[in-house]
Design a protein around this ligand. Structure first.
Ligand SMILES: [Fe+2]
Length: 271
């Protein structure tokens, strides 16, 4: 099983640039083209939030238009830039479309089970899970303790050292950590929000955040670091289930890097 994780696409209406500078539409198109060029196509594509930049119906319509060439199953969870009701209206067939409350969901019937969490707190950049959300996560994880599982969410349940991002992470991360610590079948916790590929550990479980296919958060570890982005190479993640080994995560760097070159010729390393 191969899972593509694309995060923080921040799609705007056609012709508009994020922060007046970033052409997020072209960036998503380049990301999908890069994915399409891979030898092995993923079984599904999981978008971990900030699909749109301001969560308007027009932005979601544009997002759907840009996704049209994809031809793969798509799963969505919201980020702080998204709007639940606008997402429900845009995807009326989604599992959460006709349910009130948060847009949690579970992707079943694959070797890896994926639990998608909605950490959005309307009006805030930061994320939160209420006691009932944590109870739902706990009981959903307990349903299939023998099945390798991914927990996917937008807000990181850890601090990364970039203070302005840490200020808007999952604000009750210790409560989340206590739940995942009880479930050793969690192979990986996936998040977005940080616009950088970052690895951490929460409740004894490995966590990775995805880069954005558009702009990255500037790495500035100063305590008073201002909130800034940088056009470092864009990317996305591929998560591969390797039987008898486990889940491995490949960071994909979007771009055209030319041909593939052999290491060997006639069975010998090229000197
Ligand atoms: Fe974002």
């Amino acid at each position: 099983m191969l899972i593509a994780q694309i995060s923080d696409t921040h799609i705007k209406t056609p012709g508009r640039l994020a922060y007046g500078q970033v052409d997020t539409s072209t960036a998503l198109t380049a990301c999908l083209a890069h994915l399409a060029r891979q030898d092995t196509q993923p079984d599904l594509v999981l978008f971990t939030g900030d699909l749109a930049d301001f969560g308007t119906p027009d932005e979601y319509a544009h997002f759907k238009q840009l996704l049209a060439p994809l031809g793969l199953p798509v799963y969505l969870l919201p980020g702080n830039h998204d709007d639940r009701e606008a997402m429900r209206a845009a995807w009326p067939d989604a599992p959460w479309a006709r349910r009130p409350g948060r847009l949690h969901s579970v992707i079943e019937n694959w070797p890896i089970r994926i639990i998608c969490l909605d950490t959005l707190r309307p009006g805030s950049g930061g994320g939160h899970l209420d006691p009932e959300d944590l109870a739902w996560l706990d009981s959903t994880l307990a349903e299939k303790p023998g099945q390798p599982t991914i927990v996917a969410m937008h807000h990181p349940p850890f601090l990364c050292g970039v203070t302005h991002m840490d200020a808007i992470s999952l604000d009750n991360a210790p409560d989340f950590a206590a739940v995942v610590a009880r479930h050793p079948h969690i192979q990986r916790i996936l998040c977005g929000h940080l616009h950088r590929p970052i690895h951490a550990q929460v409740g004894g479980r490995p966590v990775v955040s995805a880069p954005s296919p558009a702009h990255q958060v500037a790495l500035d570890l100063a305590p008073d670091a201002p909130s800034r982005f940088i056009m470092e190479p864009p990317g996305y993640l591929l998560h591969l289930w390797v039987p008898r080994s486990g889940l491995v995560t490949h960071t994909m760097v979007i771009g055209d890097y030319g041909a593939r070159h052999p290491f060997f010729k006639d069975g010998s390393l090229i000197d």
